[in-house]
Design a protein around this ligand. Structure first.
Ligand code: 13P
Length: 251
């Protein structure tokens, strides 16, 4: 079933002490019980994050993962290592991974398959750059990102995939897609899923929006019918702001 989900991507922020403190503050917040809440601290803090959230309704995602099971890949982390410390989800395809670490669609297809094989839930990110939108290529670009990385998967796999549309021009810029722009793209994505996998599958996939979501704009974005939640960067580093976003579905 398609769910309401709010996930916090902490990126490369917070020390071990700060991670504990932020989780403690989050656990004190009054969070809408109808929203699945996920946090993604940096990899070195995943173990402490799963311990600190154990028994709570907050689950933990990794921000990245290597596609191999194990081996000579200095500095990398495998799916089974994530599972072993209690991680349930992995964010793959973030635009920062694509831009700064050269991750392309075919590598991401491998990573997605490795994650699913290991029973991790995938939060798959994609989205256009400003130049794509200015040239009216944003729909084509998004379609190719999804087709190349995900559309070879069988329909059953979609039970374990959440999509996160993150237009690159809206990430960390303070500029957000308007609720109408988000809805327009999410509806387009949903239709791609209908065409490829049928209506039942398409209606069961949660499609999150990411890019400068704040307490002030979350409710109007989440009110759109094809926006099922958010992937939050900067505002997820503050417990009260993150909680306000989680609770944005209420209003
Ligand atoms: P901001 O919310 O800081 O724009 O970041 C969005 C993002 O990249 C989440 O993955």
């Amino acid at each position: 079933m398609k769910k309401h989900i709010v996930a916090g991507n902490w990126k490369m922020n917070k020390t071990a002490t700060e991670t504990d403190a932020l989780i403690e503050e989050l656990l004190e917040q009054d969070l809408d019980p109808n929203v699945e809440v996920i946090i993604a601290p940096t990899s070195i803090h995943l173990s402490q994050a799963t311990q600190a959230t154990n028994g709570s309704r907050i689950s933990v995602a990794a921000q990245n993962m290597h596609q191999a099971e194990s081996g000579a890949f200095t500095g990398e982390i495998s799916a089974s290592m994530l599972l072993g410390v209690g991680v349930q989800h992995v964010i793959l395809g973030h635009s920062e991974r694509r831009a700064y670490f050269g991750e392309n669609d075919s590598l991401l297809a491998e990573k997605v398959q490795a994650a699913l094989k290991n029973n991790l839930e995938v939060i798959f990110c994609f989205g256009e750059e400003l130049s794509d939108r200015q040239q009216n290529k944003h729909f084509d670009l998004v379609e190719s990102q999804l087709r190349n990385a995900l559309f070879d998967l069988p329909a059953e796999s979609w039970e374990h995939i959440v999509l996160a549309y993150e237009p690159v021009w809206a990430i960390g810029t303070g500029e957000t897609a308007s609720p109408e722009q988000a809805q327009e793209m999410h509806a387009f994505i949903r239709q791609l899923l209908v065409d490829q996998y049928g209506n039942d599958c398409a209606q069961s996939v949660s499609i999150l929006y990411g890019g400068s979501v704040k307490p002030a704009n979350a409710a109007e974005i989440f009110a759109k019918p094809d926006v099922d939640g958010g992937l939050i960067g900067g505002a997820s580093l503050n417990a009260t702001d993150f909680a306000a976003i989680v609770n944005g579905f209420k209003s």
